[in-house]
Ligand binder design. Structure first.
Ligand SMILES: [Zn+2]
Length: 498
């Protein structure tokens, strides 16, 4: 008899310092699919749901997939939104069952208005309904703040192992394969979660070069190979811009039965991450120094773009995506053959659309969500050089095939800088953010990107140089001591100790 499997996805990386609430409208602005629409939109994509659909075919599952929702990182998820998602899941579990197993694609860093552990709360509602014996497999982002509650309520818990996250499909495939074996009674997995007194660690999870995260994964894999009965091991770097008790890195091991040797693996790996806590592989550069380096490189002649990554205002981590500090410095430096994107400003995008292509006008752009964060709008004379509806499919490698709808979008060209202005908040980790606007990023000398690290998957191969810019301020700056943490367990590294 084919197994019946319930599948759903609910994602959010919450930045509790953001004043933007994450409600149903925030999900609908990015990804909110129901019933048949989920498979229509997600089949064939390099995502967890894409993998779960293929796993269902491979294992001969009969599935029910009522909802997939993913919002751009922002403030706490509203109680209404969390209740809504939970209700859709509970209603479907009751109406469409019985099921043999459950697979959930979650993030692990969702904080809600009414519960700082959004994933744990969802899992509790599901577990209360289906009972202790129903196998539940969960996949998380590498930046999950994994709680003990998440570990206790799931049978299989696995996170991405790459940052940029290019292994989402593979990780979900692994989780679904283990779920299939669990449903057949071949294995009886149990999850172990371990942490240290850390807000941030493991080099924020970077796997694009040598460093603490790569070293910790090596240790984890060595221990897994030496220890019988381990099915999966993950390292979560944690997501530091969320003011909750259980924030921070974790090591999570899924193994047979309840074996103390498996918990010991997680402890050993966390000890290594603790010892390596001050090792960082990426240099963060202040804006004046970054511009100086760009000018020096341009003077020497460059054959490929120099990338300036706006680390402190990364929409992928909850930044508003409209901060103007780096953009303003690029314009002031009078850079030629440069592009910047994406800048969130629906008002300015609409003004460009109304003005029409070829129109030269003065616009106030960016800095509008919260001028206290990185300064107010820039007042600029420029020319509208492109207008689109803002839709495209990502070319990858990360989340290849995923549909994006930025809303009304325009290119506003100021001097030598083409600014991509959009109506939604999006991290620029795919070259289509420029190409869909008629800009060929490979032909530019300088690219300013609203992204902290994910951009490397698509842009590092075409870049002559990458400069990561963090001038402080911004909702995703690494200057944690500037942020007003109140709920994090103390003492904690690096707020209280070195
Ligand atoms: Zn992540």
């Amino acid at each position: 008899m084919s197994k019946r499997v319930f599948i759903a996805g609910f994602k959010h990386e919450t930045n509790t310092f953001s004043k933007l609430p994450t409600d149903l409208a925030a999900y609908k602005a990015r990804t909110y699919y129901r019933d048949d629409e989920v498979a229509q939109k997600m089949r064939g994509t390099a995502t967890e749901i894409g993998a779960a659909l293929d796993a269902a075919d491979k294992h001969g599952w009969s599935i029910r997939l009522p909802i997939y929702a993913n919002a751009t990182p922002s403030g706490r998820v509203t109680k209404d939104m969390h209740d809504h998602f939970t209700q859709v899941v509970i209603d479907s579990l009751k109406a469409d069952g019985p099921f043999d197993g459950i697979y959930l694609s979650l993030h692990g860093a969702m904080a809600c208005e009414h519960d700082e552990d959004g994933e744990g709360r969802l899992l509790q509602s599901v577990r209360d309904l289906v009972g202790p014996d129903m196998p539940i497999a969960v996949t998380l982002d590498l930046h999950a703040n994994t709680t003990d509650r998440m570990g206790d309520l799931s049978d299989i818990l696995i996170s991405y192992r790459t940052y940029p996250h290019i292994d989402q499909y593979e990780v979900a495939t692994q989780a679904c394969d283990l779920l299939d074996r669990t449903m057949k009674g071949e294995i009886h997995p149990k999850v172990h979660v371990r942490r240290r007194e850390m807000l941030d660690g493991a080099d924020h999870g970077r796997t694009t070069g040598p460093g603490p995260m790569v070293d910790a994964l090596k240790t984890l894999d060595k221990l897994i190979a030496e220890t019988p009965g381990v099915y999966a091991g993950s390292i979560n770097a944690g997501f530091p811009w969320v003011d909750i008790h259980d924030v921070g890195p974790t090591c999570v091991v899924t193994g047979e039965g309840d074996d103390p040797a498996h918990a010991k693996i997680a402890e050993t790996v966390m000890e290594q991450i603790w010892q390596d806590r001050n090792k960082l592989s990426i240099e963060l550069v202040k804006i004046p120094e970054a511009i100086k380096r760009v000018q020096t490189s341009l003077a020497q002649g460059v054959s490929a773009p120099i990338v300036l990554a706006d680390y402190a205002d990364n929409p992928g981590g909850g930044g508003y995506g409209d901060a103007t500090k780096l953009l303003g410095a690029m314009i002031e430096a009078d850079l030629k053959d440069a592009a910047f994107g994406t800048l969130y400003d629906p008002e300015a995008a609409l003004a460009c659309k109304n003005a029409g292509i070829g129109t030269t006008l003065r616009l106030e752009i960016g800095g509008k969500v919260d001028p206290n964060v990185q300064g107010g709008p820039l007042s600029l004379m420029g020319t509208v050089t492109a207008i689109t509806d803002g839709t495209f499919a990502m070319e990858g490698p990360m989340t290849r095939g995923t549909r994006v709808d930025m809303g009304p979008s325009a290119v506003f060209s100021v001097g030598g800088v083409d600014i991509v202005i959009v109506s939604g908040r999006f991290q620029n980790y795919d070259k289509m953010y420029f190409k869909s606007m008629g800009i060929d990023p490979t032909k530019k000398k300088v690219l300013g990107l609203k992204s902290a690290h994910h951009f490397r998957a698509a842009y590092a191969p075409i870049a002559s140089q990458v400069i990561v810019v963090d001038d402080g301020g911004g909702l995703t700056s690494r200057n944690y001591k500037e942020l007003p943490y109140k709920h994090v367990r103390r003492p904690v590294f690096p707020l209280d100790m070195d």
